[in-house]
Design a protein around this ligand. Structure first.
Ligand SMILES: [Zn+2]
Length: 443
């Protein structure tokens, strides 16, 4: 069934995938067809891909261990696992009532003024135990897996004290197979108890929260926008994050043209996210600094505001990523398939551009070269769609087109049902990636 291998030494594997109508490797850009292989197959060992090619060549090339996993895609399309580079998973409480009020015409400003909005989430998250936050996070991680996300960035930002931010980050790191990159977002908003004293709060973020949270995170983020933090305040936070060994990312220019994208270029942030209000000058600066532009169309959809100018970013040669922004206020959705569809409709991306942004683009935003594509040496993370072609994803929208998910060479979703039973936690690695970015060596 596998290798004949009498003469040429075959590659040892403990997993093979065969029977794919198309294996979309993402090893080529959208203009070159995403490296899709008709009748493609792959093999992996110990969770890492060891061979990719045409199924016809598989028996000669690969020697599957007798107890290895032999997966038949049954004529369906296979994609790399999605890389969701922007989520706010560990929170408590629901803001469903507020959603209805906003649709009925009550402004977010009014809701916020009476203590609603994000304050509701901050209050509920502070009240929740670490165990409860971890339980909620695991449910959401399961949902992400079911929709084909295998790597996700996960932010804190609803604790807003050193202890509560650390609690959120520990909860986000709960044992679960989903690959995660954790981000400290203590500078999300100014909490109510610091109203009118934003600079003082920034001091707390830099002097107490970052020292407490840096050992628990990979990244430092800040919400630099109208009503949140100024460029000067954001710079202070990010420099303190960098000094503590964290990589840098930023929420920029979502609500207004706030200068966040220029700050991203100045500091060489790995990504600037949202970017609805940017000009060519800022796009050029981000391009020169190697900043990845993270697009969050689900937020534009929920808030009823414009979409980011993704085509302008592509025209300027920027790398774009497509992420969910999963959060309780402006985008309560962990489904990256829907974001791909929204990006096609709202940002005029082609289906292949959107798929590339949700895989290779997400990996670039997280400065990871081990996920987002299917090639030798990469993690064995892929989805088998319940569709023959990748173009079905944006076209057949609003439903889950992922049938099976393999993460690190293990089946974690089968026929739409989460099957993982043993977690595969990964330690927080020492952070060296942002140094390369600062030196101008960005992807
Ligand atoms: Zn966000």
């Amino acid at each position: 069934m596998s290798a004949t291998g009498e003469s040429s030494p075959a590659i040892a594997a403990d997993l093979v995938l065969r029977g794919a109508r198309e294996l979309v490797t993402m090893s080529a850009p959208p203009a070159e067809g995403l490296g899709a292989i008709a009748g493609g197959a792959l093999a992996a060992k110990d969770g890492v891909i060891v061979w990719v090619g045409r199924e016809a060549e598989l028996p000669q090339a690969v020697d599957l261990a007798p107890d290895g996993l032999d997966i038949d895609a049954e004529g369906r399309c296979v994609l790399p696992g999605f890389v969701d580079a922007h989520t706010h998973v560990p929170f408590a409480g629901s803001r469903a009532a507020e959603y209805g009020e906003r649709l009925a015409g009550v402004s977010y400003g009014e809701i916020l003024a009476r203590g609603g909005g994000i304050n509701v989430t901050v209050g509920a998250t502070r009240q929740a135990s670490e165990e409860e936050l971890a339980r909620l996070a695991r449910l959401r991680y399961d949902s992400m897996l079911r929709y084909g996300t295998t790597t996700a960035e996960v932010k804190s930002g609803y604790g807003l004290t050193a202890a509560d931010e650390a609690k959120q980050l520990r909860a986000a790191a709960t044992a679960h197979p989903l690959r995660r990159e954790l981000t400290f977002l203590g500078a999300h908003i100014v909490p109510p108890e610091y109203a009118g004293r934003a600079d003082e709060y920034v001091g707390l973020v830099c002097d107490e929260m970052i020292p407490a949270c840096a050992p628990l995170a990979h990244w430092c983020d800040v919400f630099c926008d109208e009503g949140a933090f100024t460029v000067a305040q954001a710079r202070r936070v990010l420099l303190a994050g960098r000094a503590a060994g964290l990589g840098l990312r930023i929420h920029a220019d979502e609500l207004a043209r706030s200068g966040g994208s220029m700050l991203a270029a100045e500091l060489g942030c790995a990504s600037a996210d949202h970017l609805i209000h940017v000009t060519w000058e800022e796009i050029a600066a981000m391009k020169a600094a190697g900043v990845v532009a993270v697009m969050l169309p689900g937020t534009s959809y929920t808030l009823g505001v414009g979409f980011a100018p993704a085509r302008a970013f592509l025209q300027a040669g920027l790398t774009i990523a497509l992420a969910s922004d999963f959060n309780p206020g402006s985008c309560n959705c962990e489904n990256l398939q829907l974001m791909i569809s929204l990006a096609c409709q709202g940002m005029k991306l082609t289906p292949d551009e959107a798929l590339y942004a949700a895989t290779v683009g997400g990996a670039a935003a997280l400065r990871r070269d081990d996920v987002g594509s299917l090639a030798v040496g990469k993690r064995c993370d892929f989805s088998v769609l319940v569709a023959e072609s990748r173009t079905e994803l944006p076209y057949h929208f609003g439903v889950n087109l992922v049938g099976d998910v393999v993460l690190g060479g293990r089946v974690v979703v089968h026929d739409g049902v989460v099957t993982h039973c043993a977690p595969a936690p990964e330690p927080v690695p020492p952070f060296a990636r942002d140094a390369a970015v600062a030196a101008g060596g960005a992807a």
